[in-house]
Design a protein around this ligand. Structure first.
Ligand code: NAG
Ligand code: NAG
Ligand code: NAG
Ligand code: NAG
Length: 314
């Protein structure tokens, strides 16, 4: 427990606390040994606070802290916005099965029970609860689905170490597999159970799925900023045209082409642009002699000097 709490100190939040402490003048002005012991005190205080606050317990990936993969940490960080939410799904099969599955992302479903249960099944007939998976034995990975046109990126969250199966699955511990599919614009939705695989010898699991935008790749959110700008720009133009049109028609009382807002200005601009294009893009002068029209490129190349002579003032 103490080691877990100490580990939590190294989360960005914990280290932020420590930096704030060292930055207050009174602490940093102390002599080095005193400084160290003060820091230690802070550590212990935070560790105790962390242990007391069961709410702060989060996902702990399988394996030692040193061997925890950076990818898993990155993914858990991505899932963090969902951690305050609760999900449930009810399963009713005939008269015998009536279960509710409660799920939280990287938090305990029931923080007073201190059992690390992240996905808990409750039998609605007798109120008996069974932990399907625990957040202290988390595994997480992501991927992209390229076979299907509809499905895109996904994150797979696995809680292991649940309560043991009775006679099924050689009595191994239950595990919950939650597939989070990318769906833009939704924080989290449609949590549902796909299957309960327990007629196997081992490696049984409960499979759930849900949609969330946290599973989507980050790059495309920048793209959506671009499209928001584009939409704003287009809307402003539309407002200008429609508003201007109404103003010209209803207040100024203009008719025909005059109803276009700033008609004279746009006409001038159009002329300017046309002149500019004419000047820059036209391959031969407008008043080129008719004799040179429709001549092949090869001939033009040879006679270009001669043609230019025509343009010179005599
Ligand atoms: C399940 O969640 C819904 C809202 O998402 C809530 O109204 C309902 O009471 C919950 N049921 C259980 C059994 O927790
Ligand atoms: C949470 O766990 C405690 C202790 O095990 C239990 O008394 C309580 O009923 C549980 N709460 C819910 C909502 O299941
Ligand atoms: C996770 O928590 C449960 C219940 O407290 C415990 O039995 C189990 O050993 C823990 N697993 C790990 C890997 O710490
Ligand atoms: C998985 O997540 C990591 C970290 O967020 C990301 O860099 C990587 O591109 C993702 N991989 C896939 C296949 O989506």
């Amino acid at each position: 427990m103490a080691s877990r709490a100490a580990r939590q100190l190294w989360t960005p939040r914990g280290s932020g606390e420590i930096i704030r402490f060292t930055q207050t003048g009174s602490v940093s002005r102390m002599s080095p040994p005193c400084h160290t012991s003060a820091l230690l005190l802070v550590f212990v205080a935070l560790a105790v606070a962390g242990a007391e606050q069961s709410e702060e317990r989060s996902c702990d990936v399988v394996g030692d802290e040193s061997s925890e993969s950076q990818t898993e940490r990155a993914l858990l960080k991505k899932l963090e916005p969902l951690s305050h939410m609760r999900f449930n799904v009810t399963v009713e099969k005939g008269k015998t099965e009536n279960y509710v599955y409660n799920f939280r992302v990287c938090r305990e479903v029931n923080s007073t029970s201190h059992d690390f249960g992240g996905l808990v099944q409750t039998d609605r007939q007798n109120g008996k609860t069974t932990v399907i998976g625990r957040i202290n034995e988390t595994q997480v990975f992501n991927g992209t689905c390229i076979v299907s046109l509809l499905a895109g990126d996904w994150i797979m969250l696995i809680y292991k170490g649940g309560d043991s199966y009775g006679r099924h699955c050689s009595g191994e511990k239950r595990r919950a597999v939650i597939m989070i599919s990318c769906k833009r614009g939704v924080t989290a939705s449609s949590f549902s159970i796909i299957s309960e695989e327990r007629e196997k010898e081992q490696e049984c699991f409960y499979l759930f799925e849900m949609d969330s935008s946290v599973a989507c790749p980050a790059e495309n959110s920048h793209l959506s900023v671009g499209s928001i700008l584009l939409i704003t720009f287009v809307s402003l133009i539309a407002v200008y045209i429609i508003g201007g049109f109404l103003y010209q028609r209803l207040i100024v009382g203009a008719k025909g082409m005059e109803q276009i807002p700033h008609f004279a200005f746009w006409q001038d601009l159009g002329n300017l642009v046309a002149d500019g294009c004419d000047f820059v893009c036209r391959s031969k002068p407008q008043n080129a002699p008719a004799a040179y029209r429709g001549v092949g490129d090869d001939q033009l190349g040879e006679e270009s000097e001669e043609r230019d002579d025509h343009l010179l003032p005599m």
